[in-house]
Design a protein around this ligand. Structure first.
Ligand SMILES: Nc1nc2c(c(=O)[nH]1)N[C@H]1C(S)=C(S)[C@@H](COP(=O)(O)O)O[C@H]1N2
Ligand SMILES: [Mo]
Length: 390
């Protein structure tokens, strides 16, 4: 397209710049939210993230066309220019990795998936934008933002984004026909599932820890699951009780208090972009809660790992989860969270707490969990369960 035609498509410079700012905010928000979204009903969040991201590509093309002469001419650099250039590089890389991933590219950067890289770049984008604004801030002006022409230009941008997104969905259907059955989250099947019918269950799947969580193997005999908080009776349950006799040696007496064994086929969808379907066995978290008796005002269940890693769930939803001792007919390996790990269907993989050591019934959620997942394991200690707000 000729320069003048492109110019006719472009909203006024300040509208482009503020449009970019708003889209970066929206992309950061939808991107972060999507990390915690695993239930099929949440697909619109992923669609929105794609469409806004593609619209952002359009705005950046217009912006780069405008500022390129200034950057190319070294004499016009000032103190803020290097940050602006870095921002441009990060923005292009974040968009490129996102688009490439969505269109089916599956390359590794060192040991990260394209998805991991995309998330990392996305998270540094907003701070860089704010830094850039410190030097380049121009207040938005009415004249740049109003007018039918500008509205049409932005509408065109979003419609273009939506069309490309539709094209990508169609390509996904083709990929599916070729055996790579991606989820609405973009995740692909792994292990023995890759390249096969996604309904195939079982097979090897990766051991994934978030940041630094890497405890020593847990001694199954000495280990207890503690159940505490807003309960009638605090409990300490041993492995034999929780494995529901799955592993009982032939002839050995099952613990009288053994909970009923439960089985569940569930899909684990990791935010690094893969999923696996496995048959899990253990006990229902709801059965454990019933054994302890929960207070009437209990609202949340907080699940703790030996490492201090933890996550909270609304109690009614969590009752249906499994505390699993087995996967695919075998006792859990250490890497997959032995002796006990949470199976939380429709939640993303990082919420499937491994090496579970305590269940706490609470009145409130837990904002600190976001930090805990990032730093757990870094100090090598498990965190204290005491001194909490409940
Ligand atoms: N304690 C603990 N649990 C954890 C993690 C962790 O780092 N620490 N990683 C989570 C992540 S990101 C995923 S995707 C799943 C992976 O389970 P897997 O290693 O059995 O495949 O475990 C989750 N449970
Ligand atoms: Mo994950």
């Amino acid at each position: 397209m000729s320069r003048s035609r492109l110019a006719a498509l472009s909203p006024p410079p300040r509208a482009v710049d503020w449009g970019i700012f708003v889209l970066v905010l929206a992309e950061t928000a939808t991107g972060v939210l999507s990390l915690g979204a695993g239930a099929p009903a949440q697909w619109p969040l992923f669609a929105l993230h794609s469409i806004l991201g593609l619209s952002l590509v359009g705005l950046l093309v217009l912006k780069f066309r405008r500022v390129w002469p200034r950057v190319a001419n070294g004499a016009r650099w000032d103190r803020a220019t290097p940050v602006s250039v870095l921002l441009a590089v990060v923005a292009v890389a974040a968009l490129a990795t996102g688009v490439a991933w969505a269109f089916g590219a599956d390359v590794r950067v060192w040991f990260w998936t394209l998805m991991n890289v995309h998330v990392g770049l996305g998270l540094v984008l907003l701070p860089l934008v704010l830094w850039h604004l410190r030097a380049r801030f121009r207040p938005p002006r009415r004249v740049d933002l109003q007018g039918r022409r500008t509205a049409l230009q932005f509408t065109g941008l979003f419609v273009g984004g939506a069309l490309v997104w539709r094209l990508q969905s169609a390509l996904d259907a083709l990929l599916g026909a070729a055996g790579v059955d991606r989820r609405f989250t973009g995740s692909r099947p792994v292990g023995d599932l890759a390249g096969r019918d996604a309904e195939t269950v079982g097979g090897d799947f990766p051991v994934t820890s978030w940041v630094a969580d890497d405890p020593a193997p847990v001694d199954r005999e000495a280990w207890r699951l503690r159940v505490s908080g807003q309960v009638d009776d605090a409990l300490a349950l041993d492995y034999a009780t929780l494995s529901g006799g799955v592993d009982a040696a032939p002839g050995s007496a099952r613990t009288a208090a053994a909970l009923t064994r439960a089985d569940r086929r569930a899909l684990l969808d990791c935010t690094s972009g893969w999923y696996t379907i496995q048959d899990w066995a253990g006990v229902r978290l709801g059965d454990v809660l019933d054994a302890a008796g929960t207070a009437a005002d209990a609202r949340f269940v907080r699940v703790w790992s030996v490492t201090g890693y933890r996550w909270s769930f609304p109690i009614e939803e969590a009752r249906e989860y499994l505390l699993a001792t087995h996967v695919d007919g075998e006792a859990l390996s250490h890497g997959h969270g032995a002796p006990l790990r949470l199976v939380a269907p429709d939640r993303r993989g990082f919420q499937w707490v491994k090496w579970v050591t305590a269940i706490e019934v609470r009145r409130r959620g837990d904002p600190g969990q976001y930090v805990a997942t990032l730093v757990s394991g870094l100090d090598g200690d498990r965190e204290s369960l005491d001194g909490d707000d409940d």
